[in-house]
Design a protein around this ligand. Structure first.
Ligand code: CO
Length: 221
């Protein structure tokens, strides 16, 4: 029987390490989780949500899928957003893409990988929508990275357009939606300049985010 003993051993060490620092840590988590943030990111093993922002268990609600896509009919992602907004009452939803995303690359190159091609069709839709912007970039890696950014921007809009977020905004609940991108090469996240707490802000933020040229961006740290 295959047991992955190495991972279980590693888990025991991790739990001991946490308990040594705070003996009540797990006991406290038993009673409630109170995360302020919902992270919607890529499944890529190089982009581990909690580690990147230095948050402990209980502090980050997470949904990940290939290429951090938010589809209007994806019951899985929508349920996560609804639970996060309506039940946990998170203050911020962050869509976090990353440069050199394999899913985005496959979409860009129209690779044939199987079932996943259907999922990545959503990223190809983003590519079609911004065909003119992408055509201005000749270098393939630059084009790839730009599509990673544009994909985040479009997915942030999709989060804002969900009935869950729309209804939260209508009843005056404070929920901000943000777009970030992560650099696998340096471990740094960057704000793509898209942050919205209502419908008007969303429209302005969308225009802003699209007009930012990657090469001219002075990253906020
Ligand atoms: Co990815």
């Amino acid at each position: 029987m295959k047991t992955l003993q190495q991972l279980i051993n590693s888990n025991r060490q991790w739990a001991q390490w946490i308990s040594a620092r705070d003996p009540d840590f797990f006991e406290k988590l038993l009673h409630q989780q109170n995360p302020r943030y919902l992270w919607i990111g890529c499944s890529d093993s190089r982009v581990p949500a909690n580690e990147i922002v230095g948050l402990m268990p209980g502090e980050l609600f997470v949904h990940r899928n290939v290429a951090n896509v938010v589809v209007h009919t994806d019951l899985n992602c929508l349920s996560v957003i609804q639970y996060a907004v309506d039940v946990l009452k998170v203050s911020d939803i962050i869509v976090v893409g990353h440069y050199r995303c394999g899913g985005v690359e496959s979409a860009l190159k129209r690779e044939k990988l199987g079932l996943i091609d259907n999922w990545l069709r959503h990223v190809q839709d983003v590519m079609e929508k911004h065909k003119a912007r992408l055509a201005e970039i000749e270098e393939m890696t630059e084009k790839w990275d730009r599509l990673c950014e544009l994909n985040v921007v479009e997915q942030v809009v999709n989060v804002c357009q969900t009935t869950v977020v729309q209804e939260a905004w209508e009843r005056g609940q404070e929920v901000a939606v943000h777009g970030w991108i992560y650099g696998i090469n340096d471990g740094l996240v960057h704000d793509l300049g898209f942050s919205a707490t209502n419908q008007e802000e969303m429209s302005a933020a969308y225009r802003n985010a699209l007009n930012r040229d990657r090469h001219k961006v002075i990253w906020e740290t």
